[in-house]
Design a protein around this ligand. Structure first.
Ligand code: HEM
Length: 275
C-alpha cells in the first residue's frame, strides 16, 4: 500500500460516503443471477442489463430534449441528442461482445429463459414511442404491470420528438398541413407532403434555417444509429439461433428484419432524393 499521504487508501469510510456507496454497487452487482451453470449466461445477462442502463440514460436525454424543443431551446436539445447518438454507439458496440457466444453456448441455457424476451423491454418501447414510432399493441405485454402500462400509455399519448420537430417547423413559418399539426399522436405517423416540402426548404436554404438544418441532421443521426442497432441485433440473432422462433413468440429473424425497414422520420429520408 502506498505511503503517499495524498493516497486515498488511508481514508476511513465508516463515516463518509465511498465509491461503492455512491454507486449503490452492492445492489447493482447483486442483480446478475444466472439461472443455469452455463458459463455464457453471465455474458447474456450483463449485456442485457448494460443495454437497459444505456437506455435509461438515453430516455433521460430524449425526454429532456423533447421538452427543450417544445420551449424553442434548441441548443440544449442538440447537446442532449448528440449524447444519445454516442450512447447508441455504445449499444451498437455491445453486439461485438455478444457475438462471441456460439449457438451451442446459447442453447445451453436458452430453455431457462422461458417466454422472456427483449420484446417485453419497456424501456426499448419507451424509446420507440419517444422518437415517434407509436403502436398501441405494444402495451399488451405490460398489462400485468399497471405502473409500466401507465408509463407507456403516457408516452403513447404525448407528442413525440418528431411531432415536436414538425410543430417547430410550423412555428418557424414553414407551411405544415393542419392534418399533421392536429393529428392523433397515439397513431403511427405517415409521411406527409407538406412536411417533406418544409424539410426540403430547410436543406435547400440551410443558411437561413441553420438550427433547423442542424436538428434535421441530428434526427437522421439518431435514426441511422437506431437502424444500425436493429440490424446488428437481427444479424446477431441469426448468427446465434438461425431461424428458430423467438422466446417472445415471434417468427424471430423475420420479425426483426421487418423492424429494420420501419422509419421514424420518413420525410428526412425522402428529402435526400429531392435536394
Ligand atoms: C443471443 C442474444 C439474443 C437473441 C437470440 C435475441 C433474440 C430476439 C428475438 C428472436 C426477438 C424477437 C421477439 C421474440 O420473439 O422473442 C428479440 C427482440 C428483442 N430483443 Fe433480442 N435477442 C438477443 C439479445 C438481445 C439484447 C442483448 C438486447 C438488448 C437489450 C435485446 C433486445 C431486444 C429488444 C428490445 C427486442 C424487441 C424488438 C422489437 O420489438 O422491435 N436482445 N430478440
Amino acid at each position: 500500500m502506498s505511503k503517499d499521504p495524498d493516497h486515498g487508501a488511508h481514508l476511513d469510510f465508516a463515516k463518509s460516503m465511498s465509491y461503492g456507496d455512491y454507486l449503490n454497487l452492492d445492489k447493482l452487482l447483486s442483480c446478475q443471477n444466472p439461472l443455469s451453470d452455463a458459463h455464457d449466461e453471465m455474458l447474456f445477462l450483463v449485456i442485457h442489463q448494460a443495454s437497459e442502463l444505456w437506455m435509461k440514460l438515453a430516455i433521460h436525454e430524449l425526454t429532456a430534449a423533447v421538452a427543450a424543443i417544445r420551449r424553442d431551446e434548441l441548443q440544449p436539445a442538440f447537446k442532449m441528442l448528440a449524447r444519445v447518438s454516442r450512447i447508441q454507439g455504445q449499444m451498437i458496440q455491445s453486439w461485438d461482445v455478444l457475438a462471441t457466444m456460439t449457438p451451442a453456448d446459447y442453447s445451453s441455457f436458452r430453455d431457462k429463459l422461458g417466454m422472456s424476451s427483449g420484446f417485453q423491454s419497456y424501456q426499448y418501447r419507451s424509446m420507440e414511442f419517444l422518437l415517434g414510432s407509436k403502436d398501441r399493441a405494444m402495451l399488451k405485454p405490460h398489462e400485468h404491470r399497471p405502473d409500466l402500462h401507465k408509463l407507456l400509455t403516457d408516452l403513447l399519448e404525448a407528442p413525440s420528438l418528431y411531432d415536436e420537430a414538425i410543430r417547430l417547423l410550423a412555428r418557424r413559418g414553414l407551411s405544415i398541413s393542419q392534418t399533421v399539426l392536429n393529428r392523433d399522436v397515439t397513431q403511427h405517423y405517415d409521411a406527409d407532403e407538406s412536411v417533406l416540402a418544409a424539410w426540403a426548404e430547410v436543406y435547400k436554404n440551410s443558411k437561413s434555417h441553420w438550427d433547423l438544418y442542424e436538428l434535421a441532421e441530428e434526427l437522421v443521426d439518431l435514426e441511422d444509429s437506431f437502424q444500425v442497432w436493429r440490424f446488428r441485433h437481427m444479424k446477431t440473432v441469426q448468427r446465434v439461433i438461425g431461424f428458430k422462433r423467438g422466446t417472445g413468440g415471434t417468427a424471430g429473424v423475420e420479425y426483426l428484419r421487418r423492424a429494420v425497414d420501419r422509419p421514424f422520420f420518413p420525410e428526412l429520408w425522402q428529402v435526400r432524393t429531392e435536394v
